[in-house]
Design a protein around this ligand. Structure first.
Ligand code: IMP
Ligand code: MG
Length: 175
C-alpha cells in the first residue's frame, strides 16, 4: 500500500482557475493583433499551460521544453541543462514562457536569455505561483498567478517525488 501524505489545500481549484482565466484575458489584451508562441517548461507547467491557453483568444502556438538544474549535492550550481529543446521556429516570434512556480529564479533567468539568443522577438514570462522570498537570480516575471510564502507546494502539475501532479488544487504536504 502506498503511504499517503496529508495534503492541506492552499489554493482551491475554483480560485486558481478564476485567476488563470484573468491572466489569459490580460495576455489576450496585451497581445492583441499578435500571435503567441507559448513555451511550456515540462513537466510541472503542463496543467497551467493547458488551462491558460483556453482563456487566450489570440492565435497561440505551443512548444515544450525539459530543463534540469544540476549542481553538487545540496547547493545548486545554477547551471541549467536542456534535456529537451523547443522544436518550432521562434525567430522574431513573441514568446511567453509558461512556468509552474518561480523559486530561485535560476531556471527562468537562463531560459529567457537562451530564447533571446535563439532569435525570439520578445520573451515574457508567466508563472502560476511565485515564491519571491527564495530568489537568487534577478528575473522579471510579467504575469503572476499567486505570490506565496516559502512553503513546498504540490498539485496542478507540481510534484513531490513525482506524485500529486494530478491534484486539481494547490496543496501543502504536511510534514
Ligand atoms: P528555480 O526557480 O530555478 O529555483 O526552479 C523552480 C523549479 O523548481 C520549479 O519550476 C519547480 O519545478 C521546482 N519547485 C520549486 N518550488 C517547488 C515547490 O514548492 N513544489 C514543487 N516544485 C517546486
Ligand atoms: Mg517548473
Amino acid at each position: 500500500m502506498l503511504n499517503q501524505d496529508r495534503i492541506s489545500v492552499m489554493i482551491d481549484q475554483e480560485t486558481l482557475e478564476k485567476r488563470i482565466d484573468e491572466i489569459g484575458k490580460q495576455i489576450s489584451e496585451d497581445y492583441a493583433g499578435k500571435e503567441i508562441m507559448m513555451i511550456c517548461v515540462l513537466k510541472g507547467s503542463v496543467m497551467y499551460m493547458s488551462q491558460l491557453a483556453k482563456s487566450i483568444t489570440v492565435p497561440v502556438y505551443m512548444d515544450f521544453m525539459v530543463l534540469s538544474s544540476y549542481g553538487n549535492g545540496t547547493v545548486s550550481s545554477g547551471n541549467v541543462k536542456i534535456k529537451k529543446d523547443f522544436e518550432e521556429n521562434i525567430i522574431a516570434k513573441d514568446v511567453i514562457i509558461v512556468e509552474d512556480i518561480v523559486d530561485t529564479g535560476r531556471t527562468l533567468s537562463f531560459l529567457k536569455q537562451y530564447l533571446l539568443d535563439k532569435g525570439a522577438g520578445s520573451v515574457k514570462i508567466t508563472t502560476m505561483l511565485d515564491k519571491p522570498s527564495r530568489r537568487v537570480a534577478q528575473i522579471d516575471v510579467d504575469y503572476v498567478g499567486f505570490t506565496i510564502e516559502d512553503e513546498f507546494v504540490v498539485g496542478y502539475g507540481l510534484d513531490y517525488s513525482q506524485r500529486y501532479r494530478n491534484l486539481p488544487y494547490i496543496g501543502i504536504v504536511e510534514t
